[in-house]
Design a protein around this ligand. Structure first.
Ligand SMILES: [Zn+2]
Length: 218
């Protein structure tokens, strides 16, 4: 299957970090993606960073199309301007969406000292679980950055899915789940190329990923 990674939708209501605007799409672009994905079980949807557009824009449009998605907020930004708050998190969970962890403050998990490792990999998922009322078993390391040590820590804390941004096809049962980033310039041609038809989906996904393999904010 192919798993898409989405950042923010609509007009950002906060100042974006460097390179972050690459991960924002318009409402129209977003709806095009959803309309293509609706009814497809071979496509997964994920949202990173916990932007307030997750609840305000994405949620109603997902529900409308009978779609579910996994959300990966930053625990340390919950309730800050432009980010999902505690009520929003609960709203996502109550609507049948899954909540995973993107950590506390968007750090590279390969480079954490003891104190930060606890906060990113233990405190963050615990807070997200407390707020959403569901266990956190999925993780999306910021920047898609991980190594063996990160994976072993996550596995140790009960992770069943670790989402990366390497692109390509994902198997339904593996721990590592590669994702394809949806970028600010997404258009119907891109959508058709990545999701157009089920046959050749894997091959196509791989090709598109090599074309867009530059470092992004995720
Ligand atoms: Zn991110």
């Amino acid at each position: 299957m192919v798993i898409l990674a989405i950042g923010g939708v609509g007009k950002p209501v906060r100042t974006l970090g460097p390179g972050e605007d690459d991960t924002w799409v318009t409402v129209e672009q977003f709806e095009r993606v959803l309309d293509t994905v609706a009814g497809r079980e071979d496509v997964g949807l994920t949202f990173d960073d916990g932007n307030s557009s997750d609840v305000e824009i994405a949620l109603p449009r997902l529900v409308e199309r009978d779609l579910t998605a996994e959300f990966f907020p930053l625990a340390g930004r919950i309730g800050q301007r432009g980010f999902v708050d505690a009520d929003g998190l609960r709203e996502l969970a109550d609507a049948g969406m899954s909540i995973g962890s993107h950590g506390w403050e968007h750090r590279d998990w390969r480079r954490l000292d003891g104190r930060h490792a606890r906060r990113e990999l233990e405190t963050a998922p615990k807070l997200l679980a407390d707020l959403s009322g569901a266990q956190v078993r999925s993780y999306a390391p910021p920047f898609g950055a991980y190594d063996r040590r990160v994976l072993s820590r996550l596995r140790h804390s009960g992770a069943t899915r670790v989402y990366t941004t390497e692109g390509g096809a994902a198997s339904r049962d593996g721990l590592l789940r590669p994702r394809i980033k949806v970028r600010h310039d997404v258009d119907q041609q891109w959508i058709d190329g990545v999701l157009g038809d089920r046959e050749g989906l894997y091959r196509r996904a791989g090709r598109f990923v090599t074309r867009v393999a530059k470092l992004a904010h995720f």
